[in-house]
Design a protein around this ligand. Structure first.
Ligand SMILES: [Zn+2]
Length: 167
């Protein structure tokens, strides 16, 4: 039984994939939003939602839950989260981030979101976890503008340069 996941990427291309994260890891899908990686994890701009600094950490192995990570993966993950969060604060001036890990996603590949909060989100949709869905729907529909996509690219580039210099 196939369990294809339909996506529309930031450039409007439609794809159907078994597991997006695995498809990216094995090069079936190009990943222009990758900003950092280590032996066990990749950090990339969210593939569908054009919010600058919306970072997704994905495991390189197809694991489902955080309790499947090996000791070394656990240690690598927390250091990676720490450095990304610090870089988001220092380079992108992001003052508030929500960390989200949903185990029941469609492809069930380990992902951790570093979801940046901006003032327009609070003003328009309020705060806390229940605001995330309307914010993401709004961004998907309204923020694929040239100006905003440029901000997304700029954030990717700043983080990428930071990690290139410091690893
Ligand atoms: Zn996978």
């Amino acid at each position: 039984m196939s369990n294809l996941h339909k996506i529309t990427d930031l450039k409007g291309r439609k794809r159907e994939l078994d597991c997006i994260a695995c498809s990216i890891q094995n090069g079936k899908v190009e990943n222009p939003g990758k900003m950092a990686e280590n032996e066990h994890f990749v950090a990339e701009q969210d593939y569908e939602i054009p919010i600058p600094g919306f970072v997704i950490i994905a495991s390189k192995r197809h694991v489902y839950s955080i309790d499947e990570l090996t000791q070394i993966e656990q240690e690598t993950l927390i250091k990676f989260v720490f450095r990304l969060r610090k870089a988001m604060r220092e380079l992108l001036d992001i003052k508030c981030v929500y960390l989200v890990h949903e185990e029941d996603t469609q492809n069930s590949h380990f992902h951790l979101w570093l979801f940046p909060r901006f003032k327009w989100m609070d003003d328009k949709f309020g705060t806390k976890v229940q605001s995330l869905k309307p914010i993401m729907d709004y961004a998907r529909k309204n923020l694929k503008t040239e100006q905003n996509l440029h901000k997304v690219d700029d954030a990717i580039e700043k983080l990428r340069q930071f990690f290139t210099k410091s690893t």
